[in-house]
Design a protein around this ligand. Structure first.
Ligand SMILES: *Cc1c(COP(=O)(O)O)cnc(C)c1O
Length: 389
């Protein structure tokens, strides 16, 4: 008999953040298919963009094939290219840094504050150092890590003084707010992702948000092979095929209807984790205390992440991950910072040690909105058993 894991018979695997689908999404996709608009343009895409713009407090939204594509085109629209440097949060998913490299520019990494987001003081040091060396910084890309909006007021203060534009990577933060403003309202432009594991998904997709008509127009143009609107195809420059499908936009529209429900579910999971695990010695919930639902600064609770202090807890984050895996539960370490990645070895980095510490102690737990309280209970039971053992 093959033996691969010790999960009790009948208990299915609990994943970190699975797509949350219902008959609403099914009907929406069917409607799009039957409409005949099976292309990266059409009425569902137009409507999805309009809805995203409203939800993000922005004038323009451009639906794209991924968050990575949105980062790439956002940087190009800001004029980033060969010979430039772009300052990026080191604690992020690789897409943020990869998009910089696609443009021919090079990333410079900046460490986190305790919230995991770009530390504005370290950013200031990095910009001052690069300026003194005569290096042109073409853009700054902060990341709203794990659904908490970065300190954009301070980041703006530091960048505006030097005339450097900000492209905000809000891929993980759709539905989150800070000081009453949605995540994607911050920065000269902001990026959302609708990848399968994000709060809202189109299976794969993304968007670029901005208040600048020229930037929106530029991104739309580059995303459609930079085709000039005349009968025969004319291309005055090299473009990309990065538009979002009309069918997937229909899926996204159904997800937007359910967004409040998704946020409430993820928040309930967070509270359940806090109640069950928050009092264990050496265990804390990453990023807390943070604003709650009654305040104007709200985490979208994308992934609830534990910080495990080995000395006080008697276990490591990796011990807990393995215990969960044996019980057929997926958990994942915090992002491995970009300055530690082999692909980015040798790139400039301004490091304080905070992101290294978060990587060494963090463990993201199942947080998807399709999970229910009994799933979270199963996760907590396994964790408490291994902590007490
Ligand atoms: C998911 C994610 C992206 C990339 O989004 P895709 O839609 O998967 O291309 C970019 N940045 C961050 C921080 C992400 O978490």
């Amino acid at each position: 008999m093959p033996h691969t894991c010790a999960a009790p018979v009948g208990e299915s695997r609990i994943y970190l953040s699975s797509p949350d689908m219902s008959t609403l999404e099914e009907r929406s996709v069917l409607r799009a298919v039957r409409s005949g608009w099976i292309a990266p343009l059409g009425p569902e895409l137009d409507a999805f963009e309009a809805e995203l713009a409203v939800l993000s407090g922005r004038k323009y939204a451009v639906g794209l094939s991924s968050g990575t594509a949105a980062l790439h085109l956002g940087l190009l629209a800001l004029g980033v290219g060969e010979g430039d440097v772009v300052v990026v949060s080191t604690l992020t998913f690789a897409a943020t840094a990869n998009a910089v490299v696609y443009t021919g520019a090079r990333p410079v990494f900046v460490d986190s504050d305790a919230s995991g987001n770009m530390d504005p003081d370290v950013l200031e040091t990095a910009l001052a150092t690069l300026a003194a060396e005569g290096q042109r910084v073409a853009a700054v890309v902060p990341v709203d890590l794990m659904g908490k909006v970065a300190d954009h007021a301070r980041i703006r203060e530091v960048t505006a003084r030097r005339g450097i534009p900000v492209l905000s990577d809000a891929a993980e933060a759709f539905g989150a707010t800070r000081d009453g403003r949605p995540a994607a309202a911050y920065g000269d432009m902001a990026v959302l992702s609708f990848n399968g594991n994000k709060v809202v998904t189109t299976s794969g997709g993304g968007a670029l948000l901005t208040d600048d008509a020229e930037h929106a127009q530029r991104v739309r143009h580059l995303a459609t092979q930079a085709r000039v609107p005349i009968a025969y195809y004319e291309h005055t420059e090299v473009g990309y095929n990065y538009r979002l499908s009309n069918v997937l936009a229909a899926l996204g529209r159904a997800q937007l209807v359910r967004l409040p429900q998704f946020l409430a579910s993820r928040r309930a999971h967070r509270e359940q984790y806090r109640d069950r695990l928050g009092h264990q010695p050496g265990i804390s919930i990453f990023g807390e205390p943070w604003g709650g639902p009654s305040e104007d600064t709200m985490d979208n609770c994308w992934l609830t992440t534990l910080l495990v202090d080995q000395e006080a807890a008697g276990v490591t984050n990796e011990d807990l991950r393995l215990a969960l895996d044996r019980a057929n539960i997926e958990a994942r370490p915090m992002w491995n910072p970009m300055h530690r990645q082999p692909a980015y070895k040798g790139e400039r980095a301004f490091i304080t040690g905070v992101s290294d510490w978060l990587f060494a102690s963090g463990l993201s737990l199942p947080s998807g909105s399709a999970l229910d309280a009994s799933d979270i209970d199963r996760v907590c039971t396994v964790l408490l058993r291994s902590i007490r053992a």
